[in-house]
Write a protein that binds this ligand. Structure first.
Ligand code: PLP
Length: 259
């Protein structure tokens, strides 16, 4: 049997299994690609929040990446929690050396408001990581952190997309899920615009949504799809996963990767 497309996630571990590396690998399994992982940080977390986070040494991250890429090769890479400026810069340099498309989820914090990225790393995200991204997938909090822009309307989404594109990613998906009404995302490369709408699901169990979308985009790119088709398919997958999200523990449960 021939090997499925290979996708690599470079992200943090979520002990609760709903976000981070665990969400990424589950998404990749569901979408029929071979998932591999470079762990950047270990977190202790559950449905109530993040109780602790320990970044790995830069050399441990580089060694994991080299092991996988030099032997097995990848058709797409996804990045998530990178924790520190040192890790952001090391990962940006690694991505700069590969032809594989890179989906960069510029993770700033969790839904509970716990920080997953040092404030001192924001400039490295802007100037080193975003320029090597094929697709960047900020949510509205991350847009505010990176650009200083507040998004209250669909017109603001356009302005936010332009501000993020100015840092150099080829495409950006601004996730407008926190706006009122339908869950609308804007995908653009500065010339094409794709408005991705999905009905809002009244489900609070959404832990892992962002990780799942970015991994799904990477999985579809690895299959050879163009960016607009990959993002459209990924949005459909994450919408189903949100609709099927379930309660776990006493707080916010995960999306269902196996819906
Ligand atoms: N934990 C890790 C390791 C993550 O990478 C992320 C998101 O990217 C989260 C937690 C936050 O997930 P959520 O905002 O869906 O709760």
């Amino acid at each position: 049997m021939s090997a499925p497309p290979r996708v690599l996630t470079v992200a943090g571990s979520d002990s609760a299994g709903g976000a981070g590396i665990q969400a990424d690998l589950k998404t990749m399994l569901a979408l029929g690609v071979h998932g591999m992982s470079v762990i950047t940080a270990v977190t202790a977390q559950n449905s109530l929040g993040v109780q602790g986070a320990w970044p790995l040494p830069v050399e441990a991250v580089i060694a994991q990446y080299r092991s996988v890429v030099d032997d097995i090769g990848v058709q797409a890479v996804k990045t998530g929690m990178l924790a520190s400026a040192e890790l952001v810069e090391a990962v940006a340099e690694l991505l700069g050396g590969t032809d594989a498309p890179a989906v960069v989820d510029p993770v700033g914090g969790s839904k509970h408001g716990d920080s997953l990225l040092a404030a001192s790393a924001l400039d490295s995200v802007r100037t080193k990581l975003l320029p090597v991204a094929t697709v960047a997938t900020p949510n509205l909090d991350e847009v505010a952190q990176l650009t200083g822009l507040r998004v209250d309307s669909e017109d603001d989404l356009r302005r936010a997309a332009a501000a993020v594109l100015a840092y150099g990613p080829r495409w950006v998906v601004i996730k407008g899920g926190h706006l009122a009404g339908d869950a609308v995302d804007l995908l653009t490369d500065g010339s094409e615009e794709h408005w991705l709408r999905a009905p809002r699901h009244d489900n609070r169990h959404t832990h892992g949504t962002g990780c799942t979308l970015a991994s799904a985009i990477a999985s579809e790119l690895a299959k050879g799809r163009a960016v607009p088709e990959a993002v459209t398919a990924a949005k459909a997958y994450v919408t189903g996963a949100i609709a099927a999200g379930f309660a776990l523990g006493g707080g916010i449960g995960p999306v269902d990767h196996a819906w």
